[in-house]
Design a protein around this ligand. Sequence first.
Ligand SMILES: [Zn+2]
Length: 193
Amino acid sequence: MIIRKLFKFENAHIVRGCSTQRCSQNIHGHSYNIEVLLESNYLDSGQMVYDFGLMKLAIKELIDSFDHSITLWSGDDKGYLDSMKQYSTRWIELPVSPSAEQFSRVIYLIVERILELTVMQNAERNVTLNSIIVHETQTGYAQGFKEDAHSLLMGKIELKEIKFSSQIMKEWNDSSLWKKLLDGESLINPSKV
Ligand SMILES: [Zn+2]
């Protein structure tokens, strides 16, 4: 069975190299809708695949990092990157361009890592991430699956290459959340949310 939770954020970017000049040459924003699709053949003690309340912890926190932030590609012009970081306190730098496709891969890898490290407390079993759907506009979306997220053909993404600004990390409940994920520390689900 697949369950799906919707998250929303407002984010700015430039998508270098794309066909549409307005997108490739201008900072602009979108109201993103992000669908996280979890899957299992089992149900937990509450007869659910995974309690939606639990998705409001680390998964929501990291996806919300993109809200009112600018997303930068580390391969962009250094002058542009430096000035964005100088004049915006909420920025995220990715090793890939912030297209909807790459957003789905990046968010897939983040949520996948969270699930890998989560110690389940309510008899959840074999909960895996089916895919991430990124709606950049009301009419178009990209859906990334495991093979896409880990595809070398689409550009290798290592979690340690994803950088959150200090302001974003400061706003998390646990400012060392990203470091913990990179270090592989367990995330213990609360027994009640
Ligand atoms: Zn755009």
